[in-house]
Ligand binder design. Structure first.
Ligand SMILES: C[S@@+](CC[C@H](N)C(=O)[O-])C[C@H]1O[C@@H](n2cnc3c(N)ncnc32)[C@H](O)[C@@H]1O
Length: 400
C-alpha cells in the first residue's frame, strides 16, 4: 500500500543510506537503473556538479524512456511496488462516483481524471454513474505514463466496451473545461524541493555525484522557493519538502475550469500539521516491491518516490486562481458521507468477491490506522453553490 502511518526520514548528510534487506532486481532491471543513473550523472556534470532534489526526483520518475513512471515494471498491484485505494476496493471508485454525480447534476459536462493508474477507478466510477443514470458527456484521462495509458485502455475496453465513444485520452489540459476533475494519488507523485532550515540559514538539499549519488546542500537563493521556506519559518535543524509543482498544477487546472470542481485525493495534511516541529525530517518516502524505505538513491527508475501533500498550499493555489474551497475532509469522512456503507450493504456477495473481502477492503479505506485519516479529500470549484454530500460533515478550518 502506498501509505505509511508515520512519515519516514531523509538520511542525514553526508552519507547515503543503503536501504537494507531490499530484494535484488534482475539483471535487466539493474541495467535499466544504471542507464538512468548515467543520465542523472551527466545532468549533474553539466550543471557544475549539483542539481536540486526536485530535478533529481523529476528525472527518477519521469526521464523520457527511463523514469519510474514512464518505463519499466508493474508498479501497481501485487506484482508491483504499491497498492492504491481503487485497487483495494471497487467501492472506492463507486462511492466517489456519488459525489461526481451530484456535481455533474449541477455542472453538466465531462469528467477528467488525471493519472488514472490501472484504469480501475475509472471503470468502477463509470459502473456507478451508469447505475444512477448520470454518465458524463465524456470521460477523459490525462496520463503521463505510456505504460499506464495502455493498461487503462485495456481495463476500460474490457469493462466498458459500450462506452468506447465517451472515453478518451488527452495529452494536455483542455483550454476550457466544464465538469469534474478527479485525481487520486497524483499530487504526491509530483517532484518536490527539499529545504533545510539550519542554524546559520536556509539551504536547498540537492544531489552530487561522488562514486554514486550523494546528498549536498547549497545556500538557498532568493526566489519563490526561498520565500516559501521563509514563510514556513521552521526552527533549525529541520528538513522538509516544499512542493512548487503541485500548486502549479492546481493553478493550471483552475485556469482551465470554466464551471465545475476539482476533487483531489491524497495523503497529507494542512500546513500547520505538515511542518510540525516533530516532523523534522520531512515525509519523503520510497516504495520498492511493497517495502517502504527512505533512500531515494536506491536503484533510480525502479522505485517510486513520493512526498505527502501540503493541502494548505493546494487550497491557496486554487483560491488565488479564483476557485472556492468547497470542502476538505478525511478520506474516511468523505466516503462515509458519500454512502460507502450503504453501497457495501447493497453489494451482492458473489463467488469472486466475498462479503468478507469487500468488508475488509472498506475497512482498510476507512480505518484511522490505515488510510482513513492520513488520506484527505479536497474540493475546489467555480460556479458551484451549496454543500456537497461528501463534505456534509467535514472541517475546512484545519486548512487555512
Ligand atoms: C501513484 S499513481 C496513482 C494511480 C491511480 N490514480 C491510482 O489511484 O491507482 C500516480 C499516477 O499519476 C500519473 N501522473 C504523474 N504525473 C502526472 C501529471 N502531471 N499528469 C497526469 N498524470 C500524472 C502517473 O503516471 C500515475 O498514473
Amino acid at each position: 500500500m502506498r501509505i505509511v502511518a508515520q512519515p519516514s526520514h531523509v538520511p542525514a548528510l553526508p552519507t547515503t543510506l543503503r536501504a537494507p534487506d531490499l530484494p535484488e532486481p534482475c539483471d535487466d532491471a539493474r541495467r535499466h537503473s544504471d542507464r538512468l543513473n548515467e543520465t542523472i550523472r551527466r545532468e549533474i556534470d553539466s550543471a557544475d556538479g549539483w542539481i536540486g532534489f526536485a530535478r533529481f526526483m523529476e528525472l527518477a520518475l519521469y526521464a523520457p524512456g527511463l523514469g519510474y513512471y514512464v518505463a519499466g515494471t508493474a508498479k501497481l498491484g501485487g506484482d508491483g511496488d504499491f497498492v492504491t485505494a481503487p485497487e483495494i476496493s471497487p467501492l472506492f471508485g463507486r462511492t466517489l462516483a456519488g459525489q461526481i454525480a451530484e456535481l455533474l447534476e449541477r455542472t453538466g459536462g465531462d469528467v477528467l481524471e488525471l493519472g488514472a493508474g490501472s484504469g480501475t477507478m475509472a471503470a468502477d466510477a463509470l459502473d456507478e454513474l451508469q447505475n444512477v443514470n448520470r454518465l458524463p458527456r465524456r470521460y477523459l484521462i490525462l496520463e503521463t505514463s505510456p505504460q499506464f495509458m495502455e493498461r487503462q485502455q485495456r481495463t476500460l475496453q474490457e469493462r466498458h466496451p459500450a462506452l468506447k465513444d465517451r472515453i478518451d485520452w488527452i495529452s494536455a489540459l483542455p483550454e476550457n473545461f466544464e465538469g469534474v476533475v478527479i485525481a487520486n494519488e497524483v499530487l504526491d507523485a509530483l517532484p518536490v524541493h527539499l529545504v533545510a532550515w539550519r542554524h546559520d540559514g536556509l539551504y536547498e538539499r540537492g544531489v552530487c555525484w561522488k562514486n554514486g549519488l550523494v546528498w549536498s546542500e547549497r545556500p538557498l537563493r532568493p526566489g519563490t522557493l526561498r520565500s516559501a521556506a521563509e514563510a514556513i519559518g521552521a526552527e533549525a535543524d529541520y528538513v522538509s519538502e516544499i512542493s512548487l509543482v503541485a500548486p502549479a498544477l492546481v493553478r493550471s487546472l483552475s485556469a482551465a475550469l470554466r464551471n465545475g470542481a476539482l476533487l483531489l485525493i491524497d495523503y497529507g495534511f494542512g500546513r500547520r500539521e505538515y511542518y510540525h516541529p516533530q516532523r523534522s525530517q520531512g515525509t519523503l518516502m520510497c516504495h520498492y516491491r511493497h517495502r517502504a524505505h527512505d533512500d531515494p538513491f536506491f536503484l533510480p527508475g525502479l522505485q517510486d518516490l513520493t512526498a505527502h501533500v501540503d493541502f494548505t498550499a493546494v487550497a491557496e493555489a486554487g483560491i488565488d486562481a479564483g476557485l472556492k474551497l468547497l470542502g476538505y475532509t478525511t478520506q474516511a469522512q468523505f466516503l462515509i458521507n458519500s454512502g460507502i456503507t450503504q453501497l457495501l450493504e447493497q453489494q451482492p456477495a458473489d463467488a469472486t468477491t466475498s462479503r468478507f473481502a469487500l468488508t475488509a477492503g472498506v475497512q482498510k479505506l476507512l480505518s484511522p490506522a490505515e488510510m482513513g485519516e492520513l488520506f484527505k479529500v479536497i474540493a475546489l470549484g467555480r460556479s458551484i453553490d451549496g454543500p456537497l454530500i461528501g463534505f456534509a460533515s467535514g472541517d475546512k478550518s484545519r486548512l487555512l
